[in-house]
Design a protein around this ligand. Sequence first.
Ligand code: PLP
Length: 433
Amino acid sequence: MATRERSATDSVVEARARYVAAGVATPPFVVARAEGARVEDVDGRTYIDFAGGLGCQNTGHGLPSAVAAIHDQVDRYLHQCFMVGVYEPYVDVCRRLAELSPCRGAEQKSLLLNSGAEAVENAVKIARVATGRPAVVVFDRAFHGRTLLAMTMTSKVVPYKRGFGPFAPEVYRAPAPYPYRDVSTDDAIDGLEALLKSDVDPQAVACVVLEPVQGEGGLIPMPRDFPPRLRELCDRHGILYVDDEVQSGVARTGPVWAIEHYGVEPDLLVSGKSLGGGLPLAAVTGRSEVVDAVAPGGLGGTFGGNPVACAAAVAVLDEVVTESFQRRARELGERIREALDGIASRVGAVGEVRGLGPMLALELVEDRETKAPASSLAGATVAAARERGLLVLSCGLYGNVIRILVPLVIGDEDLERGLELLEESLVAASASA
Ligand code: PLP
């Protein structure tokens, strides 16, 4: 039998297995370069990218204006630490975040950090100081990150929580709406009211934290009436509303922030992922009375708001507000939804097509009546897609949702080819299931 020649991918994957922690789950795919919505591997194969570096490339790999700003910044200085020397790129990002903020209040301020988890933790720190209260309310299927508090706030045991306890105290969980599985806005609000009767005094709650479109938990957009009703409940009890837009923000759903679809003004907004255009940057934004509740020295970090990442973020934020970017995001949302509806009409394993703007997904089920999650089918579809040259991700409490986080700069030809490959992969995976 002929043996396959050892590829460049094989040797990196072997070295990865030898030297890199097994706890970081990785596919057998090794990146060499990326541009726009295409990624090339070390063996010269090109992939259409529907994963966008896990939602970090809404403006595409290597947004030219961000790359130019990065080069320019690299030639000036790489790092200062904002606590050692103030620098303009940090202030410029905060100015743009203030101008674009959907939060309540006239004067907005921001704090910059390295990751979504760190930003979530800092939003809670700020909310605790601003209210003088300890508790945090989060929701079923939430994902807020992997650090201690963020992991506690996250709602999936395997792989995110098993063995990692003890967890942080004063985190309470309420139901989140999930219309496909019969959890309505009324059910979720009733559940939250019950939680505030039975488990935690509303007067002890600093904040609720909600993703307007749950990402890792299954790409579930909140129904139109849930954020407004949650806002009303928060106001009744003096609780701050924290909007986690790490995945749904920076134009992922069309408008800069997904909460804009709901007409709700949160108290704090958490952003990350695509904010840095591929460099690590996250932020907490909100009105100055809330953000400035923390005294100087209480917030910060060595690398938070790194100048190179900030230079990229200014370019990213300037790009996503342009009319042409917004128009393309709308077009992509409509076209991808139409294509996914077509796939659902032909492939029985699709239980639901859902999403908001161009942040879209297919929930896969064993059977449309029982809605039993088809977890292994989703995994097999992702693998089949990769073999065919398409990068796509699964998500969900049961791992049975295929989500599309395509860079919003993809051309029509790649988009159509990617959608065809997705269907082909799903059909092939269904046939061998
Ligand atoms: N919040 C949400 C909604 C996320 O989707 C994520 C990451 O997927 C995080 C927080 C954590 O972000 P990071 O991985 O940058 O810590």
